[in-house]
Design a protein around this ligand. Structure first.
Ligand code: ATP
Ligand code: MG
Length: 317
């Protein structure tokens, strides 16, 4: 039985091997790496020791096998991971700029990942789920995936489970004002929202993070976890703002840091940890996720994370 269920796009990522090589001309690429924000969160949570389920679809092809093998190897319950014989596994091509920005070409809307149906979720799969984790990128990817996210949210929320949302805005997939609209039904039911700084402003239309967080708290969200890259994170609740200090790493590839942070925060909270403890653990996992090239190549076991935290002089309280 899964305590944490992630839903959304599982895909492979194929990335530039050097910075500042735009995707509109020939240059070396590396991959396929298993990826997709919801799949990264799922793998990370499983590696940290949670029981995890994943709802999504891959194609009946080598890239689909790449993703499925990875999720299975991490111990994820893949009973709700469908294989679509008609469509190819989703692909994200990624180019890194030296200013830290990223450019994407997505093969998503017409891929297997865009066809996710509530019928592929076996009966009983959602029993006992504590957290359903949903990403804005999934809500933006296709009508089918969005409707399935909504249906799952309704079921889990109705059964007393919590919904968490990472807005994970991808303007490549949908104009931002429309993303705001498709996120609204999930925000309404969410206990936790985990945006990065820009996303918080875009999602709420606020001028400052404090104002944006307050806007979400006013809508019934209990925890707004603001991800701040190398500055760590800030947790906003009705009690106020709690700054969680960062860990120091040499960043190699930022992809997946936010998704890993999400997973670790949910793992901590599902174990009943306090906000500071769960936030510190999430900062450590997010920092570690940046230390290797590839979206899911720097996910660690709980023991490894605890050793890293202790080694930096800030052990888990
Ligand atoms: P993503 O690109 O995956 O969507 P994001 O913008 O959602 O990322 P980040 O803020 O980049 O999320 O990273 C999540 C968390 O990981 C941060 O809150 C921080 O705790 C940690 N982290 C990320 N990058 C670094 C870094 N360079 N040094 C230390 N900690 C980091
Ligand atoms: Mg993010």
């Amino acid at each position: 039985m899964a305590e944490i269920v992630c839903v959304g796009e599982a895909l492979v990522e194929i990335m530039r091997t050097e910075r500042d090589r735009p995707l509109d001309r020939a240059a070396p690429l590396s991959g396929p790496y298993p990826s997709g924000a919801p799949a990264i969160s799922a793998s990370c949570a499983a590696r940290l020791g949670a029981s995890v389920g994943f709802v999504g679809t891959v194609g009946d092809d080598a890239f689909g096998a790449c993703v499925r093998d990875r999720l299975l190897a991490d111990g994820i319950d893949c009973a709700a991971l469908a294989s679509d014989p008609e469509r190819l596994t989703a692909i994200a091509f990624v180019a890194y700029r030296s200013d830290g920005g990223r450019d994407f070409v997505f093969h998503l809307a017409h891929s297997a990942a865009a066809q996710v149906h509530i019928e592929q979720v076996p009966s009983g799969y959602l029993d006992g789920v504590r957290y359903l984790h949903i990403m804005g990128s999934s809500l933006s990817a296709s009508d089918s995936l969005r409707e399935t996210c909504y249906a799952l949210a309704e079921l889990v929320h109705g059964a007393g489970g919590a919904i968490s949302l990472d807005p994970n805005l991808r303007p490549e997939l949908m104009p931002v004002d429309r993303i705001r609209d498709v996120c609204a039904p999930i925000v309404e039911r969410a206990r936790i929202v985990m945006p990065s700084g820009e996303e918080l402003l875009t999602l709420t239309g606020a001028a400052t993070p404090e104002e944006g967080a307050q806007h979400l708290l006013d809508q019934g969200v209990e925890i707004v976890a603001l991800k701040r890259g190398e500055l760590g994170s800030t947790l906003y609740t009705a009690e106020g703002a709690l700054d969680i200090p960062p860990y120091t790493v040499e960043e190699v590839d930022p992809t997946g840091a936010g998704d890993s942070y999400d997973a670790a925060l949910l793992v901590g909270l599902s174990e009943g940890w306090g906000l500071y403890k769960a936030g510190l653990f999430a900062n450590a996992v997010g920092a570690l996720a940046t230390t290797r090239l590839g979206p899911m190549e720097a996910l660690y076991s709980r023991d490894e994370v605890l050793r890293f935290m202790a080694g930096q002089g800030r052990p888990l309280p």
